[in-house]
Design a protein around this ligand. Structure first.
Ligand code: PBG
Length: 348
């Protein structure tokens, strides 16, 4: 029936009614916080990351503190990226027993075992050429030679206590190689959260500046996907599921809302979306010069990502967004209700 019987605005009349009919509700449990981990002790708030305001290079002890802070506002997990003291051609720092990621994983699991620790498995932060795989003499990236190194990295991370391994390199066959290696080492319950649909995106710039992982020659277009393609993303996802992926990541998030939606509609596995460094830096930068409001941009973009179908959102805003949501739910009394050192209840 048409106007004036039907009036869509009726359901927008009051804030209470708008809440009642809201289809997408964000909660702190939706988020995963990415952390950049460096070697050493006590390094944190004096090492801000210029390209990503509000993010820091944290030593393992400080990363554990940050993970506890995230957990205390209801964020269930963190994903760790490592910056080694020295790099080489094969990225051997990636599987070092005393690597920053391995040490941080141990510290976090010791401090609060309930925190879900996800380790990003990739070589680009550890190679002197900045590529995600082994470079051949003719400067191509050797897919098959890279697989055992990724598998070795994953096993060392699982050995340190990681709950999940997140391969972000985009080599073919890496999920299968990692699954096999984990199973052979007794880690059959370690989850693989695969960056299945990862685009060669210009939105990763601030991350590469933060991680020192910019390729020293060429680009990542021979392994990451062309942003113009969507069927190819579905094919990548099918392949990763066949190889044993447990959770699918789509990345970046806001430029890929259509891919998130199609993934949600076509597959049964949980879908994660990564709101990447460039998406974060754009909001931070624009807000810093008064062009947009940071909090509403943050909440609106995260809501859109969830509305598109993401079950999990990896975001540098995790703690800030969780605070805003908890404050809303408690009428601003979150601080009093949840002292900083008390974890929000993460069980059902
Ligand atoms: C490593 C990796 C990257 C990101 C996550 N894992 C960089 C890249 O692929 O160049 C980007 C994350 C972000 O921009 O926030 N391969």
């Amino acid at each position: 029936m048409a106007f004036p019987i039907n009036r869509a605005r009726r359901l927008r009349t009051t804030s209470t009614i708008r809440h009642m009919v809201r289809e997408t509700v964000l909660t702190p449990h939706d988020f995963i916080l990415p952390l950049f981990v460096v070697q050493g002790k006590g390094k944190g708030y004096k090492e801000p990351i210029k390209s990503m305001p509000g993010c820091y290079h944290l030593s393992p002890d400080m990363a554990a503190k940050k993970a506890l802070e995230a957990s205390s506002v209801g964020v269930p997990g963190v994903i760790l990226f490592g910056l080694p003291d020295s790099k080489d051609a094969i990225g051997s720092g990636a599987w070092a027993e005393d690597g920053a990621v391995q040490l941080a994983t141990r510290e976090i699991k010791n401090a609060r075992p309930e925190i879900c620790v996800i380790c990003d498995a990739c070589l680009c932060e550890y190679t002197d050429h900045g590529h995600c795989g082994i470079v051949r003499e003719n400067r191509t990236i050797d897919n098959d030679a890279t697989l055992p190194l990724l598998a070795r990295t994953a096993v060392s991370q699982a050995n340190a206590g990681a709950d999940m391994i997140a391969p972000s390199d985009m080599m073919d066959g890496r999920v299968g190689a990692i699954r096999k290696a984990l199973d052979e080492s007794g880690f059959q319950d370690t989850v693989i959260m695969s960056y299945a649909a990862k685009y060669a995106s210009s939105f990763y710039g601030p991350f590469r500046a933060a991680a020192g992982s910019c390729p020293s020659f060429g680009d990542r277009n021979t392994y990451q996907m062309d942003p113009a393609n969507s069927r190819e993303a579905m094919r990548e996802i099918v392949l990763d599921i066949e190889e044993g992926a447990d959770i699918i990541i789509v990345k970046p998030a806001l430029p890929c809302l259509d891919i998130i939606k199609t993934t949600r509609d076509n597959f049964l596995l949980p879908v994660a979306a990564y709101q990447v460094s460039g998406e974060y830096a754009q909001i931070k930068g624009a807000a810093a010069i008064g062009l947009v409001d940071e909090v509403s941009n943050m909440i609106e973009s995260l809501t859109a990502i969830k509305r598109a179908g993401a079950d999990i959102i990896l975001t540098y805003f995790a703690i800030d967004a969780a605070r805003v949501l908890v404050d809303k739910m408690t009428g601003g009394r979150a601080g009093a209700l949840m002292p900083k050192d008390v974890a929000c209840n993460l069980v059902d």
